[in-house]
Design a protein around this ligand. Structure first.
Ligand SMILES: *[C@@H]1O[C@H](CO)[C@@H](O)[C@H](O)[C@H]1NC(C)=O
Length: 458
């Protein structure tokens, strides 16, 4: 049986097309492939429980602003990074009896019930929980997820676990909470539509967070140091990777990638998701939207309405209403197409190794908790590396668009094996950055191997 993958984007990027015509696996949209665990109630409880017991403490500082470390005074690292005004002071036990929006019996997590005045409700909640105030303007909760059932690809669950571990590692280093959802929150909102109810539920469960960061399950962080440049988005409510000229001139459905996005926890976001999800399979207008989207984006290769083309549509047709608050990030790999990235990793590793050999401070062993100061020091040596394609900076996020690790129903453009091998390579590339931090760092110098993974498994 075909089981389409929840949450994994199947979109080739524009560059993907040059690798072979942009064919993709036909979507098999069958919602019965999913278990719907006694509805949104169970899911709600899950979100709720998770949020209740989550005890990470966000430490937002924004990238490109991190202080450069004087290589003779590592202690200043600690002082500087701490000054973003957060976070160890949040009180995870205090919930005053004053009524807040959670006490409103009409509050619903489900997407059919619009929410009003969310900004005020959030603000009120923050006022009642003052320990969450400091740093709240840059607090991020990452959300990802996958289907509730075992993968049909034999190696699928292993790969998803590694992808999840990768996200957990990134979040731990950067002080972000992470929520992994594996229930279908709306029985009809399957495949790529499933993320919208998950993001919305996360907003309500995390009023302390300013941003919800959706990252597809098949996307991996390949620069553990890089921080979101949140200051750049301060006048925007939604950030997505894309190419404006492909959106506005070519009107291409692959002009952006909806598999990774940042969305501000706000009334704007709730309204936007209402409109966006209004093109989804849970509505009577689904078929009609399929036609409209195909008419708008002529290169769209399948008839069903999808979230990504829907986003392009809203940028094209309702720019005044929504587009002005949407930041199309093209400068760095907010997410990047794996085929474009994988072959560059060997040279990037060599570049970083070279820099590291030349600077003793970069080789200094240190606790993971204080790694952000060392990231800042790295930044000093990466000044000329550039960003994104053709740069020798580590790509921030590598996205396995079209690979479908769980179902195994990858795009016919490439072989499944090339997908799984590339995933292992990319995930090792990320893991090796963690080992660099930790005490086994010298093993690498000792054995001069490309991958410590291999050394460790010998
Ligand atoms: C890697 O570097 C070598 C040597 O500089 C170069 O010849 C090669 O084209 C590079 N490979 C890639 C994929 O960029």
């Amino acid at each position: 049986m075909k089981s389409p993958e929840i949450y994994q984007s199947q979109y080739p990027t524009p560059t993907a097309r040059s690798y072979g015509g942009g064919r993709r696996t036909p979507l098999s949209i069958v919602s019965d492939a999913f278990l719907f665990f006694s509805g949104a109630v169970a899911a709600l409880l899950l979100v709720w429980t998770f949020s209740t017991f989550s005890n990470h403490q966000p430490q937002p500082t924004s990238s490109f602003e991190t202080p450069i470390l004087d290589s003779k005074s590592p202690v200043s690292v600690v002082d500087n990074v701490g000054c973003a005004g957060t976070s160890n002071g949040v009180n995870l036990q205090y919930d005053p009896p004053d009524p807040n929006f959670y006490d409103d019996p009409s509050l619903s997590y489900t997407i059919e019930n619009p929410i009003k005045n969310w900004d005020e409700k959030r603000r009120e909640w923050l006022k009642l929980h003052p320990s969450f105030g400091p740093g709240s303007d840059e607090r991020v909760v990452m959300v990802s997820g996958s289907q509730s059932r075992p993968c049909s690809n034999p190696i699928g669950d292993h790969l998803l676990l590694r992808f999840f571990k990768n996200k957990v590692d990134y979040c731990r280093i950067h002080g972000y909470d992470i929520f992994y959802n594996n229930v279908l929150l709306h029985p009809q909102m399957h495949t790529f539509w499933a993320k919208i109810p998950a993001v919305r539920a996360a907003m309500l469960a995390h009023p302390e967070a300013e941003w919800i960061w959706w990252v597809d399950s098949d996307a991996a962080f390949t620069d553990m140091d890089f921080k979101l440049p949140l200051h750049r988005y301060k006048h925007h409510n939604f950030v997505v990777h894309g190419w404006p000229e492909l959106i506005y001139r070519k009107k291409s459905w692959t002009s952006l990638n909806a598999g990774v996005f940042l969305i501000r926890n706000s009334q704007w976001a709730l309204d936007f998701m209402d409109v966006w999800s209004g093109m989804g399979p849970q509505t009577p207008n689904y078929a009609k939207w399929g036609e409209i989207l195909r008419e708008t984006c002529k290169d769209k290769s399948f008839p069903e309405s999808d979230d990504q083309t829907g986003l392009v549509y809203l940028l094209l047709k309702e720019k005044e209403k929504w587009g002005n608050k949407i930041y199309v990030e093209g400068e760095y790999y907010f997410e990047g197409y794996w085929l474009e990235i994988v072959e560059t990793l060997t040279n990037i590793t060599a570049k970083y190794d070279g820099v590291e050999r030349g600077e003793r401070m970069l080789r200094r062993r240190h606790a993971e908790k204080v790694s952000q100061g060392y990231s800042a020091l790295w930044e000093h040596f990466l000044k000329d590396a550039g960003y994104g394609k053709f740069s020798w900076r580590r790509p921030f996020i590598t996205h396995f668009t079209g690979c479908q690790p769980c179902s195994g129903q990858h795009n016919q453009m490439y072989s499944g094996q090339s997908c799984w091998d590339a995933m292992q390579k990319v995930l090792n590339f990320a893991d090796n950055q963690l080992d660099r931090i930790s005490t086994i760092f010298e093993w690498k110098l000792l054995y001069k191997e490309k991958s410590k993974r291999r050394i460790l498994s010998v």
